[in-house]
Design a protein around this ligand. Structure first.
Ligand SMILES: Nc1nc2c(ncn2[C@@H]2O[C@H](COP(=O)(O)OP(=O)(O)OP(=O)(O)O)[C@@H](O)[C@H]2O)c(=O)[nH]1
Ligand SMILES: [Mg+2]
Length: 474
């Protein structure tokens, strides 16, 4: 799709509600003189109000549609934004009517017969962007909101749509433009020896800007990595019930389970989708002190997997003796020092019914760790485990940033070019013999890269990449 050669004045129309039947359907039309598109087939209740509308207003009335056999009169609510103060930054109409697919199709056909053309995917948002209503980051956020798969993604998209990141980048752009103006003003008066900005000030402002962009690059990278499934590793003493839980969560029988200690030798990985939580689950060999031969290899693999883990689920059998429990506590403590995220899971809880006076309850209440009791056999406590996983994944997502995945993918390279340009001008500024004009060259380069991210400077290629992902009607 070549979106760049589209005329922005021509009325475009499309279904704005989801396809298929629903209680209410919306047809959206945007362009110059769109009231003409409705002339003759939309009869407003209040003709004067419709003809003289100067601001956003609602107009009940009837549409007269040509059905296959007869004319149909359908009640409709028309919302009109007659000027630039609309989503697209140009006159916009929405027809709200009963959501029957045939009816909506008939309305669209009528609009096409009266001068509108079929909108292409993302064309409404493209017009909003071209009218300066949204910058490119916000346009991508519209798509992010539509596509959000979970609460965390939705929140990121909404934050980006609200302009948090755009506002930060715009203020960075303003700062750099001011700095460039100061430098260039100095260049005009270089003969008179008038200094508009001190070299120290230039260096400080460049350093601050670069540090800000460094933070954004880190965020963008993190955001892209968070798309990779978290690695959740099951660990603990032999016989703790790790493989049994593995099979339960993976919905398979791939891991061998037995009453013999040390059943699992190799580690086993499965991509799991458990109640909407997606992660890689890894079963490991039970902890052994003086393993030899194959067992020693299994222990080495266990350590490697634990080092790579995003979250460790430490399995402790509820039926351990006091001595075994002391060993387990010590091992867990060692692991805790190495892992940032860890949940203690008391397994086989069906074997030891919980009483409020048991040591374990006191411990789990005072423990700084998340402790969850489950039984893979009776399935008791699995909800608690689900909650704990959700919380852990939520935390790492929440930290991840104001960037949408697709935005960070598009911007990452440009952000790096931006950092490089800022670094170059900072380096130049630190050499007293280097003139301001050389600092300005790299600064202009940095501003160009920033413009590309915000969409102040854009190319067919960027617009194509962003808007071709949209659906029609948005
Ligand atoms: N009663 C009861 N038994 C369980 C539960 N979970 C596991 N078991 C039993 O405990 C034994 C050990 O289970 P596994 O899943 O093989 O334990 P593991 O931690 O993988 O053991 P290793 O691979 O040797 O480290 C098996 O006999 C399981 O049937 C549970 O929730 N309740
Ligand atoms: Mg096992």
């Amino acid at each position: 799709m070549n979106v760049i050669d589209l005329s922005v004045d021509q009325p475009i129309a499309a279904l704005a509600s989801p396809p298929g039947g629903s209680a209410r359907g919306i047809v959206r039309i945007s362009g110059k003189q769109i009231q003409n598109v409705l002339a003759g087939w939309f009869k407003p209740q209040d003709v004067d109000a419709w003809n003289s509308a100067k601001s956003a207003s609602s107009h009940p009335g009837m549409v007269h549609l040509n059905g296959q056999t007869r004319q149909m009169k359908i009640p409709v609510q028309v919302l009109l934004w007659p000027n630039r103060r609309s989503y697209t930054g140009q006159p916009l109409i929405e027809l709200h009517l009963p959501g029957s697919p045939c009816l909506l199709e008939a309305v669209l056909n009528e609009a096409y017969r009266h001068g509108a053309r079929h909108a292409r995917p993302g064309e409404f948002t493209l017009r909003a962007f071209l009218a300066g209503k949204l910058d490119l980051l916000q346009a991508e956020a519209v798509l992010g909101v539509i596509d959000a798969h979970d609460q965390a993604e939705l929140e990121t998209a909404l934050a980006q749509l609200a302009g948090g990141i755009s506002a930060n980048l715009s203020s960075l752009r303003r700062d750099l433009l001011e700095l460039l103006a100061d430098l260039e003003a100095g260049l005009d008066f270089v003969e008179e020896d008038i200094e508009f900005v001190s070299r120290k000030d230039v260096i400080d402002r460049l350093t601050q800007s670069r540090q800000f962009v460094d933070g954004l690059v880190r965020q963008a990278v993190e955001r892209m990595q968070s798309r990779v499934r978290p690695q959740v590793v099951l660990a603990g003493l032999p016989n703790a019930g790790k493989s049994t839980l593995f099979n339960k969560l993976a919905g398979s029988n791939s891991a061998l389970v037995s009453t013999d200690r040390g059943t699992t030798r190799d580690f086993l990985t499965r991509a799991v989708n458990w109640n909407g939580l997606t992660f890689d689950l890894i079963d490991t060999a039970g902890w052994e002190d003086d393993a030899r031969g194959i067992a020693a290899d299994a222990q080495q693999q266990r350590i490697t997997q634990l080092n790579r883990a995003d979250l460790v689920i430490w399995c402790t059998s509820a039926s351990l003796s006091e001595t075994e429990r002391a060993i387990d506590d010590e091992l867990l403590m060692t692991q805790q020092n190495k892992s940032s995220s860890i949940i203690r899971l008391i397994t086989k809880s069906d074997l030891v019914p919980l009483t409020l006076t048991s040591n374990e309850t006191k411990e789990s209440i005072s423990s700084p760790l998340d402790t969850v009791r489950i039984s893979a056999v009776s399935e008791a406590g699995l909800i608690g485990l689900e909650d704990a996983l959700r919380q852990h994944f939520g935390k790492s997502h929440g930290r991840s940033s104001q960037w949408l995945g697709m935005t960070s993918a598009r911007c990452r390279e440009t952000l790096e070019l931006l950092t490089n340009a800022l670094e170059r001008s900072e380096r130049a500024a630190r050499v007293p013999t280097v003139g301001d004009e050389l600092i300005a060259v790299d600064l202009r380069d940095a501003l160009d890269h920033l413009g590309v991210i915000l969409g102040v400077i854009y190319t067919d290629d960027i617009l194509d990449r962003v808007f071709s992902k949209f659906c029609i009607g948005k």
